[in-house]
Ligand binder design. Structure first.
Ligand SMILES: *Cc1c(COP(=O)(O)O)cnc(C)c1O
Length: 370
């Protein structure tokens, strides 16, 4: 059963433009992975984030898997990941046959702690996957410094961070490869979908090959140069994506305005905190989230959550850290107290791009009510 919340956390924002573009795709007969709108979506997306190449994929998880395959990461290799993230950052490391190495996060930005990355490096380390959690840019300057010093690849998990910038540059364009997601709950959606971006022409052309079963481009025969995947986005999904991309600036300004209002209404309230942006970082505020210190706030995260849900307000605890995941138990990952404490006290608040100032005020009233 789908629970209807009066104020949704991260619902998609679908309007007339989406209907128009999807109808156009339907009427063209191009519904599957061959079709002009996929290329158009890739080109518009690359131009928006300022990457040289963009390759559309069936989802963000597939794009991450593809990224690791493109970089030749496999058995015997270690890949450094943050403890606090959605599981899809880490599963592709295992799909590739490599070993995830977990690093704790910074308690202010909630992103991978660059100081701890260096300590986790061994002679088997091949790559770092920084995540821009909830849209907040990670410390790319320090991460890139460490990567350069130890000759590691950087794959940016920017799946939550479309539109966020660091030093005026879009996140996802700092590493060797950047990855985005267009799942239904992300800043823009194609139903399900993803994008891999890079400035390396060889990686881009090989990505195009691998998403299409390794098939030789423009060949008459079904000749397959490499063992690839069926990871392509469809033309129907790209139609939705093109409409969403046009509306993205509006979505971003609404989210940033609402996050600013949350900060204004919640500042000076004892026991509440939220993610800090680094200097020169601009979050897209995909999900505005609070940390609740029960001793100073009066009630704990679970009690606050219960009160909001009872009022028809959709909220969610922060991601369960990797060190606590049953599926990763056999890796024996531990030693990430910062991620664990954020998870214990953190709550994502409604951040959907069609919420009004009135909605945000109501959420804060309920949160602060006694
Ligand atoms: C959404 C998400 C992904 C995966 O994207 P999908 O399109 O859902 O496969 C990966 N990493 C993080 C941090 C995400 O939030």
């Amino acid at each position: 059963m789908v629970v209807e919340f009066r104020i949704p956390l991260d619902a998609p924002n679908i309007g007339e433009l989406e209907k128009e573009y999807v109808m156009r795709a339907l009427e063209s007969g191009y519904v599957s992975s061959v079709g002009p709108m996929v290329t158009e979506f890739e080109e518009c997306f690359a131009a928006y984030v300022g990457a040289r190449y963009a390759v559309a994929t069936v989802n963000g998880t597939a794009a991450l898997h593809l990224a690791l395959r493109l970089l030749g990461i496999g058995p015997g290799d270690e890949v450094i990941v943050p403890a606090l993230t959605f599981i899809a950052t880490v599963n592709p490391v295992v799909y590739a046959g490599a070993t995830p190495v977990v690093v704790d996060v910074d308690p202010l930005t909630w992103n991978i702690d660059p100081g701890k990355v260096e300590k986790a490096i061994t002679e088997r380390t091949r790559a770092i996957i920084p995540v821009h959690l909830y849209g907040n840019p990670a410390d790319m300057r320090r991460i890139l410094d460490v990567a350069r010093e130890y000759d590691l690849y950087v794959v940016e998990d920017a799946t939550e961070a479309l539109g966020a910038t660091y030093k005026g540059q879009h996140v996802g364009t700092f590493g060797d490869i950047g990855v985005f997601s267009f799942n239904g709950n992300k800043v823009i959606t194609t139903g399900g979908g993803g994008m891999l971006v890079t400035s390396n022409p060889d990686l881009a052309s090989r990505a195009r090959l691998l998403v299409n079963q390794g098939r030789a481009p423009e060949a008459i025969e079904y000749e397959h140069l490499e063992i690839g995947y069926n990871y392509r986005l469809t033309n129907l999904q790209a139609a939705l994506g093109l409409a969403q991309l046009e509306r993205l600036p509006d979505f971003l300004s609404t989210k940033q305005r609402n996050a600013a209002l949350y900060r204004e209404l919640l500042q000076d309230k004892p026991g509440l905190e939220w993610q800090h942006e680094l200097e020169e970082a601009v979050s897209n505020w995909w999900l505005f989230s609070v940390l609740i210190d029960p001793d100073n706030f009066g009630v704990d995260r679970n009690a606050a959550r219960g009160k909001l849900v009872a009022a028809g307000i959709q909220v969610r605890p922060l991601f369960m850290p990797l060190t606590k995941q049953p599926s990763y138990k056999h890796y024996g990952l531990n030693g990430c107290p910062k991620a664990e404490s954020l998870h214990k006290n953190g709550l994502n608040l409604p951040s959907t791009s069609f919420l009004t100032a009135e909605d945000i005020r109501h959420v804060c009233e309920v949160l602060l009510s006694r």
